[in-house]
Design a protein around this ligand. Structure first.
Ligand code: GLU
Length: 283
């Protein structure tokens, strides 16, 4: 099997050492195995994705010495594929409209659960199976009826060749129920992260997903969606997060040092590799 790795950043800020760690690890693994390294631009969040950040991603990754097949997939052009997946889940009776606002959900003791954000699961206010209903005519998101979905799919596992935050490795029992009724399509009409990432990994033939351990828990949701949609399950390699001197994980905020800033201050790609603990792979 010729492995296909991918790095899938969102162009909502400048890349930092944590992104470099993911990208380099995936690239090195692909190269060592004679496989392919892909870049995918996850620009679904029209309010936050910016073309200048996208250009910076290309520049930073090229500077690091990475290369990938062109053209790259951009999620903003993939609406039809996400709608087709939603329709399949809808036909299984697993999707329902939800008109709750963030304030409604907070008042009912939940968290909005959009994208990969963590928080208590959605309280089920609009879930038809338990007697709920979206407000007619109100803007609505689409949610997965998690309990029904998990029951339909049955017990699932995924293969972890890195490690989760608590050192989980090997064949991992998926626990998607903990996420509750995740959003699959947002109120603005864009597909949500969980759905898009699963559809796109399959469309690109991705066999190995290398990413930070902050997404380890979300993998259970991804595995469930793969099973329901009949998509192959990649092998997952989650890695430790890169932290700053005070132990805080890096984020795409202005106060975290970007690769662009490190480059401007004289860092070399090898300095980046050393900083994240990766030795240079081959000549
Ligand atoms: N686009 C996501 C991010 O930038 C990563 C998604 C993934 O690797 O699955 O955080």
């Amino acid at each position: 099997m010729r492995p296909v790795e991918r790095f899938a950043p969102s162009p909502t800020g400048l890349l930092h050492l944590g992104h470099a760690f993911s990208a380099l690890m995936g690239f090195d693994a692909a190269r060592a195995a004679g496989g392919v390294f892909r870049l995918r631009i996850e620009d679904l969040d029209a309010g936050r994705a910016r073309r200048d950040f996208e250009a910076a991603i290309f520049e930073d990754l090229r500077w690091l010495g990475l290369s990938w097949p062109e053209p790259v997939m951009r999620q903003s052009a993939r609406g039809a594929a996400y709608e087709a997946a939603l329709a399949r889940l809808g036909a299984m009776g697993l999707v329902y409209p939800c008109s709750c606002t963030r304030a409604d959900i907070a008042a009912a003791g939940g968290a909005p659960q959009e994208g990969a954000e963590a928080g208590p699961p959605y309280p089920g206010t609009c879930r038809p199976r338990t007697g709920g209903r979206a407000a007619p005519g109100a803007p609505h998101a689409l949610r997965l009826d998690m309990e029904a979905a998990a029951a339909r799919a049955g017990a699932l596992t995924f293969r972890e060749v890195g490690a989760g935050p608590a050192g989980e490795t090997g064949e991992i029992a998926a626990a998607p129920e903990a996420h509750g009724d995740v959003v699959l399509r947002r109120k603005d009409g864009a597909a949500a992260y969980h759905l898009a990432v699963v559809v796109d990994d399959a469309a690109e033939g991705v066999t190995h997903v290398t990413r930070g351990e902050d997404l380890f828990a979300a993998t259970s949701v991804h595995r469930l969606l793969q099973a329901l949609l009949g998509l192959p399950a990649p092998i997952y390699r989650h890695h430790r997060l890169i932290r700053d001197a005070s132990g805080r994980r890096l984020a795409k905020r202005a106060d975290d040092v970007s690769l662009a800033a490190l480059r401007a201050s004289g860092w070399t790609p090898d300095d980046v590799r050393r900083a994240v603990g990766l030795v240079r792979a081959g000549p």
